[in-house]
Design a protein. Structure first.
Length: 417
């Protein structure tokens, strides 16, 4: 190293040691978290090695929850390999939605003569990956899964074909549709929900028809049409109430329809704020009544129950700008009752967004956003509302340690500073 590089290496080394100690992380733990050898990190801290690798810089910044600027004094382009991998699979998923062959081998090679057990397990796995916000892995597996399900259904008749069509609907909903929605492809999400509706039409089952309307409402919200989302959900509610029957599954689906209606009501800016609030609260009250009957459920690969209703209380009040009410609702809730990280992330992110608008609570807001990232990093990093909130907080006066946390989070979600 020349004299300038040596000075820079010493500066970075001193800064890295101070930041690591502030975070309470040992050199051994930092090595384990980053995959960088302890000896190399020690040489960096002692100014014997100049840290230039963007992969190493990003890994250390990620482990210490800071911005690379804090570490090196220079900006580094944000990287998120998992989400990047999900985007890389969109062309294959697009081909699958078009009914064309995909350049992805089916999991496990050729399907067995009786594929129901294998395909059921793969659909369950796909939806578990969605709820865990493992978008990269899910996007890799979905194209082959959809193609295998269609091929298996086309080759069979009677009960087996009907069961395979139900599985295909379960692969579209929620795994495929909501993956595309949250990655920022609402047009492809609409194609997916349309393909699912074609499958469901053959089933001639009012419960599956209501499920189709539920996810159509989700996509309509994503493209900025809350009025149409409310109309779809309202039609589904009326139809489903005529065919409820026994069991928890239809009651849980009805509850989910009321939850999406509450969300849509908050975004219908054509109506006055008080009318939106009353409409949303009416739907939330009905969802709570249904949840008291169903308990916590995983019907339809969803998470309906009192906990999810509570999470929606936080999100609805946040969307309406009733930030104090959102924080009060969040304080009475234990989101851990839901096993799906994506839903728990939504709770912490919305609570953080409301706290950000309460004077003097910027630090709490930042902690909630960081907790949301810990729970489901891939989901949080593609959330535009979180980006807006972080940008807002960066413009607020905050203590140095909070600003450091915010700058690190801003880097990881791609906010320009």
């Amino acid at each position: 190293m020349d004299e300038q590089q040596t000075h820079r290496a010493e500066t970075i080394g001193v800064g890295l040691r101070a930041l690591r100690r502030q975070r309470g992380v040992s050199l051994k733990n930092l090595a384990e978290q980053t995959g960088i050898s302890k000896s190399y990190l020690s040489m960096v801290e002692n100014g014997k090695r100049l840290l230039t690798s963007t992969v190493f810089i990003d890994s250390i910044a990620e482990a210490l929850r800071i911005s690379p600027v804090e570490l090196t004094g220079q900006p580094v382009a944000p990287t998120d390999p998992s989400t990047g991998g999900a985007h890389a699979m969109i062309p294959a998923l697009r081909l699958s939605l078009m009914g064309l062959s995909v350049p992805v081998p089916a999991r496990g090679g050729r399907l067995p003569e009786d594929p129901l057990q294998l395909l059921t397990a793969r659909v369950v796995r796909a939806n578990a990956l969605y709820h865990a916000s493992e978008y990269g892995t899910l996007a890799t597996e979905l194209p082959a899964l959809l193609s295998d399900l269609r091929a298996a259904a086309d080759a069979r008749h009677g009960y087996v074909r009907r069961r395979l069509l139900q599985l295909l609907a379960g692969a579209y909903h929620p795994a495929c549709v909501l993956l595309l929605k949250y990655l920022g492809y609402p047009d492809l999400a609409y194609v997916a929900v349309t393909r699912a509706a074609e499958v469901i039409a053959e089933l001639e089952d009012p419960h599956y028809t209501a499920l189709s309307d539920f996810f159509t409402a989700h996509v309509l919200l994503a493209v900025g049409s809350p009025e149409q989302a409310l109309a779809h959900a309202g039609t589904a509610i009326s139809a489903l109430e005529r065919h409820l029957g026994g069991g928890r599954a239809p009651q849980a689906l009805l509850g989910e329809l009321h939850l999406i209606s509450a969300t849509a009501a908050t975004r219908d800016k054509a109506r006055a704020g008080e009318a939106r609030r009353l409409d949303a609260e009416t739907h939330l009250a009905e969802a709570r009544r249904l949840a008291q009957y169903t308990g916590e459920t995983r019907e339809w690969h969803l998470n309906f129950g009192l906990t999810n209703v509570g999470i929606h209380h936080v999100s609805v009040n946040t969307a309406l700008g009733r930030h104090g009410a959102a924080v009060d609702a969040g304080g009475a809730l234990s989101p851990e009752a839901i096993t799906a990280p994506g839903r728990r992330m939504a709770y912490h992110a919305d609570l953080g967004r409301s706290l950000a608008h309460l004077r003097g609570r910027e630090g709490e807001a930042t902690r909630e956003l960081l907790l949301a990232e810990t729970v489901a990093p891939q989901r949080l990093r593609v959330d535009p509302l979180v980006r807006d909130c972080v940008t807002y907080l960066l413009g607020r006066p905050t203590p140095p340690h909070t600003r450091r946390d915010l700058r690190g989070l801003a880097h990881r979600i791609g906010v320009l500073m």
